[in-house]
Design a protein around this ligand. Structure first.
Ligand code: FMN
Length: 381
């Protein structure tokens, strides 16, 4: 056990430096649902840090989710949501009002989505207005819920945590995790006051940059020293965990590998693609929600890439596509909606309880570190 314990474990009050990445996931008719509390609790109860990715839900549902989580674990946990830097200013507009703006301002995009709906024989559906958008007003309410509940850890999914989060969060002893995909992000995260920095390589599932984990992690480690770094992007085995430690990380932030858990809420056909897919089938595109993200290949992504259109800014691109995504979900065409996952899916083949996934990472990492020691000392004799 000693091989894997790092100072980050003391900082977060956890046994193993393995963190469940924040993941909001598509399920049923919901484009983005929060991470199931059962998965978050399973990771925290097994000695890692469970982090609940926030999906499109109301502040009240977010509050209920945190309260439910507390009934399932008395260990530390975190919550994760986006505070995007590049955000179309939609103010307090409802999604229906935003849709009217999109029709007026982006007729070619609207026409393209209509053509896709026809091409895939999707029904015309009514889009519910109550899907809460990712407006700045929603984010403020979410922050209040997080602070009122005294959540131990906040992970800022994109962009830097703003002062109105950092100051009150630090006042109540919270740890803040900031995300980076390039060294320039690290400078901004340090200036903003993030306590722990995640270095996420392009291999990752979900929103992602362009630099590989192998190249990015040591650069971020050197840049943010002595702040601890969580390595992310492509970590699915204990060998990856050991390699991340060798690159200077104090822990790992693991997403895709936990999508193969029994506790995940992703749809069975999406989980099957993860268990059966090859690494090259998990491709990056900006056409999902306006920011580059990695997911399983789909005909919709290919059609956008082949068009001459540019993706709209968040949150407009996702709202633009709702006639397609809502209809596809309603009739079970899950191949047409985003199945976010990273390249490491190419080597994940088994569905297991989250606890077993976590312990598998821990045990294989310790074994690998032990083997490295004996291999290198044998080579020197
Ligand atoms: C299905 C899915 C949903 C994600 N949703 C979020 C999210 O809501 N917030 C966030 O910070 N990152 C999100 N991510 C990115 C993960 O937090 C994490 O950085 C990434 O999964 C790490 O790379 P890996 O998938 O190779 O383990 C998501 C990733 C996936 C695969």
């Amino acid at each position: 056990m000693a091989g894997l314990r790092t100072p980050l474990c003391d900082l977060l009050r956890i046994e193993y430096p393995i963190v469940l990445a924040g993941m909001a996931t598509g399920t049923g008719t919901q484009a983005l649902a929060p991470t199931p509390t059962e998965l978050v609790a399973a990771v925290s109860n097994a000695g890692g840090l469970g982090v609940m990715g926030y999906g499109f839900s109301t502040p009240q549902e977010f509050d209920e989710g945190i309260r439910k989580l507390r009934t399932l674990t008395d260990r530390p946990f975190g919550v994760d949501f986006m505070v995007p830097a590049k955000f179309a200013d939609v103010g307090d507009k409802t999604n229906n009002e935003i849709r009217v703006d999109i029709e007026r301002d982006y007729p070619k995009h609207v026409e393209f989505v209509r053509s896709l709906v026809e091409q895939f024989n999707l029904p015309e559906v009514e889009i519910p207005d109550e899907i809460p958008g990712e407006s700045q007003a929603m984010i403020r309410q979410r922050v209040e819920v997080m602070l009122d509940n005294k959540v131990p850890v906040f992970a800022c999914a994109t962009g830097e945590p703003p002062d109105y989060i950092v100051e009150p969060a630090h006042d109540q002893g919270m740890q803040i995790i900031g995300m980076t995909g390039a060294v320039r992000h690290a400078a901004r995260q340090m200036a903003a006051g993030s306590d722990i920095i995640t270095a996420q390589g392009t291999e990752a599932g979900g929103h992602t940059g362009n630099i590989t984990s192998f190249v990015l992690i040591p650069q971020i480690v050197d840049y943010v020293k002595p702040r601890p770094v969580l390595a992310a992007g492509g970590i699915g085995t204990g060998r990856h965990v050991a390699a991340a430690m060798a690159l200077g990380a104090q822990g790992v932030w693991v997403g895709t590998a936990f999508l193969a858990s029994e506790e995940t809420n992703i749809e069975p056909p999406h989980q099957e693609r993860i268990l059966e897919g090859r690494s090259e089938q998990f491709t990056a595109s900006k056409f999902g929600d306006g920011m580059q993200a990695r997911s399983f290949e789909s005909e919709v992504k290919r059609a956008w890439e082949a068009s001459d259109l540019q993706p709209l800014t968040m949150p407009l691109q996702a709202i633009l596509q709702e006639p397609l995504t809502v209809a596809a979900r309603q009739i079970g065409r899950l191949d047409l909606v985003s199945n976010s996952a990273g390249q490491v899916a190419g080597m994940i083949t088994e569905r297991r309880p989250a606890k077993d996934i976590l312990m598998g990472l821990v045990e294989e990492a310790e074994e690998t570190i032990g083997q490295l020691r004996s291999n290198t000392s044998a080579a020197m004799t």
